[in-house]
Design a protein. Structure first.
Length: 176
C-alpha cells in the first residue's frame, strides 16, 4: 500500500496496472485506486498522483464526512412496505387498467424500483423506512411503465393524473 501526504495527513492508495491507455484516479467508498497503463513508468505515476493530491484529499474527506446511514430493517418495516405496495397496486391497477405479472421486493443498488418489459415490477427494499407517500409514488411510477415503457410526456402526464403532487415525493427520493 502506497501513501501520499497532503495537509499533514497520509492518504493510502493502491496502484492497479492494466491494459488501458490513460492514467486515472478512482475513489470508491473512500478508497483511492490509481489505474495505470501496464508500461507506464513509476515516476510518471507518482508525478500524476502528486499533482492530484489536493483533489484526492478533498474527495476522500468528502466521503468521510458523508453521514453513514445503514438502517436496520425489522420485520415490521418490511411488512409495512408490503402492505403499502399491495394497497397501491390495487388502487393504481383500477385507475390505470393495468396489472403487473409479478411484484418483487429486493435490494436494488441502482434504483428505487423497476418495471421489466415482461410487466414484472421490483420495488427496492430500502423504501421500507420511507414515507408512505414516497412508497406510493414509486409504485405508481412503476405501474405507469405498464402503460408507457419510457419517460415520455405521456408517461409523466399519467403519473400526474394519478398523483398530482408526485413531484414532492419524487424530490424526496433524491434526499435519501
Amino acid at each position: 500500500m502506497n501513501e501520499i501526504k497532503y495537509n499533514g495527513e497520509k492518504i493510502p492508495y493502491t496502484i492497479k496496472k492494466s491494459k488501458i491507455k490513460n492514467l486515472y484516479i478512482h475513489i470508491k467508498e473512500g478508497q483511492v485506486i490509481v489505474k495505470a497503463p501496464v508500461r507506464l513508468q513509476e515516476k510518471y505515476i507518482q508525478e500524476f498522483i502528486n499533482k492530484k493530491s489536493k483533489w484526492i484529499y478533498e474527495n476522500v474527506k468528502r466521503y468521510e464526512q458523508k453521514p453513514k446511514v445503514e438502517e436496520k430493517l425489522d420485520i415490521k418495516d418490511v411488512e409495512r412496505l408490503k402492505e403499502i405496495i399491495e394497497k397501491s397496486i390495487q388502487k393504481y391497477s383500477k385507475t390505470l387498467g393495468a396489472i403487473p405479472n409479478n411484484i418483487r421486493i429486493k435490494n436494488i443498488k441502482y434504483a428505487w424500483g423497476s418495471c421489466s418489459s415482461k410487466k414484472n415490477i421490483t420495488i427496492n427494499l430500502k423504501l421500507a423506512k420511507k414515507d408512505e407517500k414516497v412508497i406510493q409514488y414509486v409504485v405508481l411510477h412503476e405501474m405507469c411503465h405498464l402503460k408507457e415503457m419510457n419517460h415520455s410526456t405521456n408517461f409523466w402526464e399519467l403519473v400526474e393524473k394519478n398523483m398530482p403532487d408526485y413531484k414532492i415525493y419524487k424530490n424526496k427520493l433524491k434526499e435519501y
